[in-house]
Ligand binder design. Structure first.
Ligand code: SAH
Length: 355
């Protein structure tokens, strides 16, 4: 039987202190290692504040899951950087570093692949390979911050994978990145996007973490949503929106809805009106929701087409006219394959572009 090795990067300071005590070392090493990992992005072998003998001992006994940068593609248009990161077992994941006026945000992956099967999404084509560990979730921020030399102010969990299908590790990750002795990223600067695993939305509401919940809605009828998102056959729109209302009541946090516009499928006037009517049934005033409209990124396998900018802004205007806050998401990193899942697939086929 193989013994599980301690994953120090996934431990909170108290747990690290306990770990060092258990191996006969002073507890203050816990705080030292926590800040060396989370504030400086170092690996154990680089932590010269630790005695060499201890570093060597740790190198032989612990699991180190810090991802490494495999490729980095920087957009010539807007400076968005797409990272392909290699995990310690060789799997590849993606993150996207985006610069906004209010700070730098990293879009991270939550799983290798995805089991959810959404028809328009590249990340799910090969299914779910495995969940990411909390250390690999936070490690994405550390690796990218170290490579770019930039502080990361916010996180969106909108990369590869379904975060609520990896609940335990995601929760631990949230506590790690928020910790004052670590990256100290405020919960309000963290968004979690889900295709709608309803029981986990209720669970998350009870955790008392004021993060932003983003719901991938993409359709306003069960028939249409089930056709593009298999999860809807399990938890329909009514159950999903009821959970969203409960989340808002519990946390006071505005809910954000993602709606991917697909030409000729869901981008017409009638669909905009139906979407507004649906949302207004659950949320009666303007305040607590926001709809993000995204023109679909074309994925070869799905055959869906991207609507025009004009069609998207017409859709947006209809929503706003009917009392629903909405904006069309600006497209960042268009030249670096920044849409989720596409770079990993290209890399696995050995066809990486030279940007
Ligand atoms: N599994 C989570 C988070 C990852 S996907 C979720 O479903 O929310 C992040 C967002 O990108 C989701 O809203 C997803 O539906 C959307 N998305 C996936 N593929 C896309 C594509 N080809 N074009 C536009 N948006 C896409």
């Amino acid at each position: 039987m193989t013994e599980t090795r301690a994953d120090l990067l996934a431990m909170l300071p108290d747990e690290l202190a306990e770990y060092f005590r258990s191996i006969g070392e002073p507890a203050f090493r816990g705080k030292q290692v926590f800040s060396a990992y989370h504030q400086r992005g170092l690996t154990i072998s680089e932590m010269t504040t630790l005695p060499r003998a201890l570093r060597e001992r740790l190198a032989e006994t612990v699991e180190e899951r810090m991802p490494t940068v495999s490729r980095k593609l920087v957009s010539a248009i807007d400076g968005t950087a797409k990272y392909l990161l290699r995990l310690s077992d060789g799997h590849l994941i993606e993150c996207v570093l985006m610069r906004y006026e209010h700070g730098t945000t990293l879009c991270i992956s939550s799983q290798v692949g995805c089991a959810m099967g959404c028809r328009f999404c590249a990340s799910t084509i090969g299914g779910r390979v495995r969940n990411l560990f909390a250390s690999e979730l936070v490690g994405q921020l550390l690796a990218v911050s170290r490579d770019s030399g930039e502080r990361i102010d916010g996180v969106v969990m909108m990369g590869i994978g379904e975060p609520l299908d990896n609940y335990k590790e995601v929760l631990r990750f949230l506590r790690l990145v928020n910790h004052a002795d670590g990256l100290c990223i405020g919960y309000r600067h963290i968004s979690l996007s889900t295709c709608g695993i309803v029981p986990r939305i209720y669970e998350l509401a009870k955790e008392g973490l004021p993060i932003t919940l983003s719901i991938s809605l993409h359709a306003s009828s069960d028939e249409r949503r089930s056709a593009i998102m298999p999860i809807n056959r399990r938890y329909g729109i009514d159950e999903l929106l009821t959970a969203c209302v409960a989340y808002f009541k519990e946390t006071g946090r505005r809910i954000s809805f993602e709606y991917t516009l697909i030409a000729g499928e869901n981008d017409g006037e009638a669909e905009a009106e139906a979407l507004a009517a649906l949302l207004r049934r659950y949320f009666c005033n303007r305040e607590p929701i926001h709809v993000n409209l995204i023109r679909v990124n074309e994925v070869k396998e799905s055959g869906y087409r991207r609507p025009s900018r004009e069609a998207a802004s017409r859709f947006c205007q209809t929503l706003c006219r009917l009392g629903v806050n909405a904006t069309v998401r600006r497209r960042l990193g268009a030249d670096v394959n920044a849409a989720c899942g596409q770079l990993r697939r290209t890399a696995e086929r050995g066809e990486l572009p030279n940007v």
